[in-house]
Design a protein around this ligand. Structure first.
Ligand code: T1G
Length: 699
């Protein structure tokens, strides 16, 4: 039963039970109205509203968005609660989020256990609180605190919620007994029906300048996103309009959000993130192996960042470096990174010290004898990795998982060095490893099912979004990045400047443009990798000649103060450098290219089409399991804007036929074979099928 009701002496108790997170499905909304009517009519003197399971209501049923609304709507449910003739007390545990917290705000009183949290994360779905949250919260805590909470979407702990005035009491578990006692206390003192709707927004922080400043701040912080701006409008309405008019305004804004492409994209990413760690066809009996201790090989930027991921999750780490100097540098870098986090106020000094102490250094492989998982993060050379895995195979205990952090090398070849290929897997982190959420889990031919299950589970445990990839050059993300990077180089030599190219992509919503990314990573990395390739493997010389020329001039990017841009030695602020245009023009003339003006649309299109076409090839080869996996990989690993949904979602929104036609036009324009539409795309278009149809057929 989704919603049940019982009379406990003089208190009515409404209980919601809709696993996994008590989402406010249509059935739950109906059940709440029915239970409330029952409570209104019986002898109860007050009503407690609580939930079974791990959390109070965590929001509206996201999967219902985009479908015809079914009465009662959530605002109707909330109006019924707030209009009750008896005090209704919300009893919160877990995370009372979104519509769930809006239900609680409609109650007359709110209590919570100490480890509960409350929040309005709708903005992360391209939405806004559509059931009174933007009207009730500013009445309770003022405009500034309300906008901070709603525009960030971040949850607030019970203690902070109490301090702000969002809840009235923090109680000790068991919650039901504590809530009943609190209800009786309220009844005994003759507590009034305190309705938030009757409160007024305090005027002192509700000036026009205040709201204008919020619009500017959010326009920068959440560039390109519509929902944050609408949130400001709703909170401003709360400070200007009577409650019911404000509520109607909020509802209008909310409905427009639910119909927006940005929200569809963000909801797609929400579910895709949760699907990605599920390995299709995995033996259901495959249980994750317990991971209590982890070893990391290599204390460089990646190794140190990976070590921090595990320490941050409370897992002890043994960090191995070849010699004491290397180890000291690695541990010092970790200490420096924790110091930066503390200085930013994101971590207490005490917690940073606790986590750092979980990372122990060694130069002796024998110290890895008891680890359950070891991750190699050494130099990207197959020879070096083969040596490391041979040693690991000797020293690690049976059943230990041996993982490589390689970003493109053949994990099958690495596995073959060991006598335990079934225990070898790729765990590809993205730099900075303790920040970027993507984790590519690379399945080699012999990787055992329970090793995959372990990789997915430990990936989630350390806060990553794990995505399964099969072995190929560059797996999912880097394979797509090569196509994207090629277009940046060709657009440049054909006529566009670095700032025009980067501007086109950041205007679309990318966190950084491809050339600024190149400068950040270091142009010498690609240069060195190209030295190992044959001319045929390198591809069109026009796709790397500028980068090579810059590196040969000593312009390596940010690390050398100049690359495609010039960088301030102190602040690293980026500025256009006329010298780069001379290099571009010299290379264009050397390669017989007569430069022309390129529109930003063409620049953007070529980059996006390059990503999409490679994505279709990756799907067809089975390198990625789902289109959504590719979207998650590119959003969380490469800064693709989540409110555009990822490359494959973007293609579906644009229309597969339109994508196919655009690719054919590019192929005619350039004569390049790589613009040939991927066979899977051609097939779907000719059969009038969508990617969802294809996925449904496959499984
Ligand atoms: N609707 C539907 N399914 C949901 C859901 C939701 N709101 N929240 C979670 N799930 C599913 C999820 O897909 C997964 O399914 C399972 O629950 C466990 O989730 C009107 C309009 C609550 C903090 O944005 O933040 O209310 O994969 O893996 O890590 O103003 O889920 O098992 O099949 O994330 O423990 C606002 C979204 C909605 C909260 C738990 N609420 N959820 O995290 O588990 S809009 C949210 C979360 C709204 C109103 C507006 C997290 C969590 P499966 P999980 P978790």
């Amino acid at each position: 039963m989704l919603v049940s009701y019982e009379l406990v002496d003089d208190i009515g108790v409404i209980t919601v039970n809709n696993p996994p997170v008590n989402a406010l499905s249509h059935g739950v909304r109906e059940g709440l109205v029915t239970a409330l009517a029952t409570a209104q009519a019986d002898s109860s003197k007050a009503i407690v509203l609580l939930c079974e399971g791990r959390t109070f209501i965590a929001g509206a049923e996201i999967s219902e968005f985009g479908k015809p609304p079914q009465a009662p709507s959530l605002p109707e449910v909330n109006a019924a609660i707030e209009g009750a003739s008896k005090p209704v007390i919300a009893a919160l545990h877990g995370t009372a989020l979104g519509g769930g917290f809006e239900v609680a705000l409609s109650c007359h009183y709110r209590c919570a256990v100490s480890d509960a949290a409350v929040g309005l994360p709708e903005v992360k779905l391209g939405l806004l609180p559509g059931a009174g949250g933007t009207q009730r919260v500013p009445r309770l805590i003022g405009v500034e605190a309300a906008l901070d909470m709603i525009a960030s979407g971040k949850p607030v702990t019970a203690a902070k919620a109490l301090k702000l005035g969002l809840i009235d009491r923090v109680v000790d578990a068991p919650l039901k007994a504590a809530a009943l006692a609190y209800a009786r206390e309220l009844v005994a003192e003759g507590a009034m029906l305190r309705r938030v709707r009757d409160m007024k927004v305090s005027a002192e922080d509700a000036s026009a300048e205040q709201f204008a400043s919020w619009r500017t701040t959010l326009g920068k912080r959440m560039r390109g996103q519509q929902a944050p701006q609408r949130i400001v409008a709703c909170v401003e309405a709360a400070s200007r309009l009577p409650f019911d008019e404000g509520l109607a305004f909020e509802r209008g804004q909310f409905v427009e959000c639910t119909e927006s492409e940005q929200s569809a994209a963000l909801r797609h990413i929400f579910f895709a993130e949760r699907q990605a760690p599920k390995v299709l066809g995995l033996d259901p009996a495959s249980q994750p192996r317990p991971i209590q201790r982890v070893g990391i090989i290599g204390g460089g930027t990646m190794g140190g960042g990976i070590a921090m991921c595990f320490a941050n999750a409370g897992i002890p780490v043994t960090l191995l470096e070849l010699n004491q100097d290397g180890l000291d540098r690695g541990l010092a870098l970790i200490g420096k990174n924790y110091g930066i986090t503390v200085s930013k106020g994101k971590l207490s000094e005490q917690e940073a010290v606790r986590r750092e102490r979980l990372i122990r250094g060694t130069t002796d492989y024998a110290d890895l004898g008891e680890v359950d998982l070891v991750i190699e993060a050494v130099f990207e050379s197959m020879e070096v990795k083969r040596q490391v895995f041979a040693r690991l195979d000797e020293v690690c205990k049976p059943g230990a998982i041996l993982a490589t952090n390689t970003s493109y090398l053949d994990v099958n070849e690495i596995a073959r060095v060991t006598d335990r290929p079934q225990d070898v897997v790729g765990l590809h982190f993205f730099s900075p490893a303790n920040v970027m959420r993507l984790l590519e889990v690379v399945r080699a031919d012999d990787t055992a099912d329970d090793v995959l299950a372990t990789a997915m589970a430990i990936g989630k445990r350390i806060g990553k979004v794990p995505v399964l990839a099969r072995v190929c050059f560059g797996f999912i993300g880097n394979r797509m990045l090569r196509q994207y990077a090629r277009e940046a180089q060709l657009c440049m030599i054909e006529g566009a400047s670095p700032e025009q190219i980067d501007g086109a992509l950041t205007g679309f919503g990318m966190a950084m443009g491809p050339l600024a990314v190149g400068d950040l990573a270091g142009l010498d990395i690609g240069y060195k990798a190209r030295q190992a390739l044959t001319d045929a493997q390198k591809g069109d010389p026009k796709s790397y000649c500028i980068a090579d020329a810059l590196v040969e001039m000593g312009r390596l990017g940010q690390k050398s103060g100049a690359g495609y841009y010039r960088y301030d030695p102190e602040t690293r602020a980026r500025s256009v450098d006329p010298e780069v245009l001379e290099v571009i023009e010299a290379q264009a003339s050397k390669h017989g290219v007569s430069r022309r003006a390129l529109s930003s649309d063409e620049i953007l299109d070529r980059h996006l089409m390059a990503l999409v076409n490679e994505g279709f090839r990756i799907l067809e080869e089975g390198i990625a399991q789902r289109p959504g996996d590719i979207d998650v990989a590119y959003v969380h690993g490469y800064g693709f804007p989540a409110y555009q949904g990822g490359p494959m979602f973007y293609a579906a929104q644009r229309g597969l036929a339109s994508v196919r036609d655009r690719l054919k036009a590019l192929q005619r324009q350039t004569g390049a074979g790589y613009w040939e539409p991927a066979p899977l795309l051609e097939r779907l278009v000719s059969q009038g099928q969508s990617l969802d149809d294809w996925m449904a057929e496959k499984h």
